[in-house]
Write a protein that binds this ligand. Structure first.
Ligand SMILES: [Zn+2]
Length: 385
């Protein structure tokens, strides 16, 4: 008994490890193991007890690995080093110590492994959703930029007393052309080169066939806008697509005049391009109006000057190409032949009409250089509006 007490523990492990839990719950049979070690090599039993509590008390995988290396590491582990010294002992002590260290090595490895499994199981049970993480903002779509402009225009014209009339995209040749005063061989049809679905049926080249259908269905007065997609067999380039969007407007009644047209268009221009915008009407030919005109607005980029100042020097405005004006729509007084074609009497009623392209408005407003972007469905582009 006295001899054993004269062999104090070697003290190679931190004393604090003694406060670790009894490893009995991890690997049963510790009392028997300790008794056996005390029998063979009492100081090693004390080291074993401290090391076993150190492993069982490791707070997390990192601490466990650190302690495991300190005890059992292949290079610097204390048990490994002690085994390396066994050969220098006297023969009788060599046998006992060697046996004790090998038992210690095996038993501590069992405790280390059991604690590792326990820590991993605890981590798995905690790996549910982390409620402290900031939420992920869900991806929310929005109306297409052309849909935004269309709804803005419909709002504006609704305020001016216009209702929406939706018309078909596949249209009879007679409605797309004939009743709108296009003579069968008139060169104006060349600008409306179109897709034929079958003889006499085309994809509409403009939203104006809606006027004919609306006037045939209803009696004047009427104020309608006709939004929709139109098709032309165009060579596609940066400013031409074979499908695009228009809004036509039609106001027919007993006393509708060119002055009403001008007032309506000015209201439109100020609402869309800003209060400071100036407008002008230029005579132009469309088969379905007489007189026909094109409305220009003062350039929104250079404010109508035709030039912009950049780094102190003047250069030509590229948007209006130096003219100071932008062409934004076509308009005019409804041609008497069109009124007759739908059964109206041009002596009793008159009307004005206008039509504009949504892509052109969007390109001017947002500085979009390429009409094809509107149809490509690339959210990097569409997400900007
Ligand atoms: Zn300009």
């Amino acid at each position: 008994m006295k001899k054993r007490d004269s062999h104090p523990r070697s003290g190679v492990f931190p004393e604090a490890w003694d406060r670790g839990p009894d490893p009995e719950t991890l690997v049963p049979g510790q009392a028997a193991k300790l008794a056996e070690l005390r029998e063979i090599a009492p100081p090693r039993a004390a080291d074993y007890e401290r090391a076993s509590r150190g492993l069982a008390g490791a707070a997390d995988p990192a601490e466990l690995l650190e302690r495991h290396s300190m005890i059992l590491g292949r290079e610097r582990g204390q048990v490994t080093l002690a085994l390396g010294e066994v050969g220098k002992l006297p023969i009788e002590e060599r046998k006992r110590t060697g046996r004790a260290l090998n038992l210690i090595k095996r038993w501590l490895a069992e405790i280390s492994e059991a604690r590792r499994s326990q820590l991993e199981a605890a981590a798995d049970s905690r790996s549910g959703p982390d409620v402290t993480l900031p939420g992920r903002r869900p991806w929310v779509g929005r109306p297409h930029v052309l849909a935004q402009i269309q709804s803005e225009l419909l709002d504006l014209f609704h305020g001016l007393g216009y209702s929406v009339y939706e018309s078909r995209e596949s249209e009879l040749d007679e409605y797309n052309f004939g009743k709108l005063n296009f003579a069968p061989d008139h060169p104006a049809r060349d600008a409306h080169d179109t897709y034929f679905l079958s003889p006499g049926v085309v994809m509409r080249t403009h939203t104006s066939p809606g006027w004919v259908r609306a006037m045939e269905e209803r009696r004047p007065p009427l104020r309608l806008v006709f939004p929709g997609r139109v098709y032309r067999a165009e060579q596609v380039d940066a400013s031409h697509m074979d499908q695009f969007h228009q809004i036509d407007g039609l106001n027919v009644g007993p006393d509708v005049s060119m002055a009403d047209l001008k007032g309506t268009l000015n209201t439109f221009a100020r609402s869309i391009y800003g209060e400071r915008v100036r407008t002008r009407l230029i005579p132009i030919y469309f088969p379905f109006v007489e007189p026909g005109c094109q409305m220009d607005v003062s350039c929104v980029i250079c404010d109508g000057r035709g030039a912009v100042t950049e780094n102190g020097s003047e250069r030509r405005c590229s948007v209006c190409r130096g003219s100071g004006w932008l062409e934004v729509l076509g308009a005019g007084m409804v041609h008497p032949n069109v009124l007759r074609a739908v059964g109206y009497d041009p002596e009793q009623v008159t009307g004005f009409a206008f039509g504009m392209g949504l892509e052109r408005i969007a390109m001017l407003r947002h500085g979009v250089p390429e009409i094809r972007l509107f149809l490509e469905n690339d959210v990097r582009f569409l997400g900007q509006f």
